[in-house]
Ligand binder design. Structure first.
Ligand SMILES: NC(=O)c1ccc[n+]([C@@H]2O[C@H](COP(=O)([O-])OP(=O)(O)OC[C@H]3O[C@@H](n4cnc5c(N)ncnc54)[C@H](OP(=O)(O)O)[C@@H]3O)[C@@H](O)[C@H]2O)c1
Length: 267
């Protein structure tokens, strides 16, 4: 049984706790936060231990620690726990834009550090998470962190220099898809479908299409070809999307969000 301390019981910390508690792997989860009521709510609904974040901590002894506070609160967490973390602990952070070196420095920690970038879909157990580790991370630690993030969706390893691109693709990506769902719904409404039904159809179309790509492993272009009848409705719509640059627009969106992520770190 791996022991895990989650610091910060907000949206992401709560989602991770839920994922760990329902994982087939066994985890002993402890949570800490500045809000006692958030901890109490989690304790009421999940099998987790809770500790108040303001209690004096003399030492920490966990297999993994996951930082789920806002980036601006990292220094505050550092003040409480720096120098008190057991050497064998895998320190993991989901703080957007905060580098491996910065996490290690703030916590005065010389051991294995992992940076993970999940997305908001973690709250429904369908996150897309990319992770990277420092040179102290060994195979056992990689396995443990991989299992933790697999509990809230799909998790992949990547080099740290690509995390801005991950932010531009899967971090901000849900917003792009919400716009597509909204626009398809309105297209349906324009053509006379009641809003509620149009929304239901648009959402399920996006969900089912993603599932089909994932389950068949086929290239999306192959699947698109399969639904495109010569002279039919779909090919007419595809020409419109191509002429108006849908694909180029989405490629540029990922690029611009990636550049913004890199700039935010420098600012
Ligand atoms: N939401 C996303 O889609 C997403 C995706 C990828 C990465 N992230 C990253 O995930 C992190 C958490 O995001 P979130 O949306 O879950 O934030 P959140 O809901 O605000 O949760 C953070 C929690 O940590 C608490 N906290 C602050 N300082 C603390 C301390 N010293 N000790 C213990 N707890 C403390 C906060 O309390 P207070 O309210 O009192 O400050 C709050 O309850 C962020 O760094 C973000 O960059 C988020």
């Amino acid at each position: 049984v791996a022991s895990v301390l989650i610091i910060g019981a907000g949206n992401m910390g709560g989602a991770l706790a839920k994922g760990l508690c329902s994982s087939p792997e066994s985890f002993e989860v402890t949570m800490t936060d500045t809000h006692p009521n958030r901890l109490q709510n989690l304790k009421n609904s999940l099998k987790v231990k809770v500790v108040q974040s303001d209690v004096a901590i003399s030492s920490l002894d966990y297999d993994a620690l996951i930082l789920c506070v806002k980036p601006q609160d990292l220094a505050g967490v550092g003040e409480t726990i720096a120098g008190k973390i057991n050497k064998s602990c895998i320190v993991t952070s989901i703080l957007a834009g905060v580098t491996l070196d910065s996490i290690a420095a703030n916590l005065k920690f010389r051991g294995a550090v992992v940076r993970a970038m999940p997305n908001i879909c973690a709250t429904v157990g369908e996150a897309a998470t990319a992770m990277c580790g420092n040179d102290k991370l060994e195979e056992g630690g990689r396995d443990l962190v991989g299992k933790i993030f697999s509990g809230i969706g799909e998790a992949v390893w990547i080099k740290e220099s690509l995390l801005d691109a991950v932010t531009g693709l899967s971090g901000s990506g849900p917003a792009y898809l919400y716009m597509i769902i909204e626009a398809m719904t309105e297209g349906g409404v324009k053509m006379g479908i009641p809003h509620k039904i149009a929304s239901q159809l648009a959402v399920q179309t996006v969900l089912g299409s993603a599932k089909l790509v994932k389950e068949t492993g086929l290239h999306p272009a192959v699947l698109r070809d399969q639904v495109t009848t010569p002279g039919g409705t779909t090919i007419h719509a595809i020409q419109e999307l191509e002429e108006r640059g849908l694909r180029a627009m989405l490629m540029r969106a990922v690029q611009i969000a990636t550049e913004r992520s890199a700039n935010l770190r420098k600012e």
